[in-house]
Design a binder for this molecule. Sequence first.
Ligand code: HEM
Length: 489
Amino acid sequence: MSSSYTVSASGAASDINPRVNPGVVSYTAASAVVLLLLMLLGLALRLAQAEWLPMPPDLFYETMTAHGAGMVGIAGLAGAGIMWHFLSRHVRLSRGILVANLVLFLAGVAMILGAIFLGGFGGAWTFLYPLPATSGGVWEPEAAALYLGGLLVVGVGFLLFYLDAGRAIIAEYGGLGAALGWPILIGSRRARLPEPTVVASTMVTLVNTLGLVSGAAVLAVSLINIAAPSFAVDPLLAKNMTYFFGHVFINATIYMTVIAVYEILPGYTGREWKASKPFLWGWTASTVMVLIAYPHHLLMDFVMPKWVLIVGQVASYTAGLPVLVVTAYGALTLVYRSGIRWDAASSLLFLSMFGWAAGILPAIIDATIVVNLVMHNTMWVPGHFHFYLLLGMAAMVFGFMYYLGRDREREESTLDRLAVWAFTLGGIGFALVFLYSGKAGTPRRWAVHLPEWVAYDRLGSVFAMAVVAAVLVFALRFLIRVPRLLAMR
Ligand code: HEM
């Protein structure tokens, strides 16, 4: 199967076949709505810390749990939609599985929301065994079970999605190694060069399948423990399995959304983005590194074997870098003197390169053991992950939304341009304030802040408002185009 993507004389992106699978439209529309709603929840958290919005602590932790778990889940769904859209041009994916994943996702979300807002569960998205079941009376074990069960249902949907992607890639390329370009890397001249989308999808399929199995196992164990408390496992083992899953899953979101950069930016520049040997080496290196970098979440656990923590530190320095370097370098050479037309889609996709690259730097600093011991429980950590998830991953999703919903007959409005600027400046300001207040020692996950931290919270809230206003424009712009996209069948 080959790509149906071309470049028009004007240099703007165009698609010979404008049909978009309704499943992909549903994934993207759900992502638009949920991202907006969860950002509103995030804003409420920041306003509460700023003392501009009264919020009792138990509601703060419920809202933080919904925001964190929801954002991780919706980032995965948005990425899966982008991956399916472009990967289906190269391999035969199952539409049934695409729908099944969405149905399981919605069912799981309903369970999670019920557990949080009806059951009062507020144990954060990281659900560390055995803490969900030991609430000290704040919520009942049933609420914890509903929350963990909801995560399990969502996870099963994603597992089906990646198993189907793996099946389709193997059927077309003969193996996952071939789809990562390994025969080319060992010098075979006859081997087929996989497309960047196929390489990225294969990497995500591999690492996320392993991560999801680990996450599902620890969720199942936690559920059994709630039903029969005499059944216990080693909490350190459970923590390793949980963070292996969480780290891999959230990192993989950006490895899926980056496919939008590979597929859409070339259409704007009139240049092709082909996989090269450095590109293939970069993706293979990141495949290994992302699997062994997770111990950087456990650097404060003094009971962990020291060598594992050292592996975590070293792997963290290199985990995302190979892919980031080949992607950022590729994007710069693609855009340089290309006469690219800057519109909302191309601007957001290009911005995402900056957001990803800049956001990874504070992450690398935090992954250094001696720094981590001081910084890890401060706002430095939300600072780094909001930087690359908001300005990197989410910027890619919004760029994809503009690309998918573009209207060739109409010029983009001033409102869209303003929204892109508000998102960029608001997002940078928002993330920098998190980082700065972390440097100043503000702890993370505190519902009530000391008076000396409140100024940061207020400044952060103002920047967050700009981001939310921009995302309202992005989301509405896409949603009003959904009926037209669905009619193109
Ligand atoms: C307008 C945009 C956003 C706002 C205002 C916002 C705000 C916040 C706030 C105030 C916290 C709690 C920080 C703390 O005290 O520890 C938080 C945590 C978090 N946010 Fe956001 N956020 C936004 C966007 C995002 C995005 C785009 C993502 C990911 C895709 C995300 C994922 C998370 C996660 C995973 C947590 C951690 C929750 C936990 O500690 O369990 N947020 N956010």
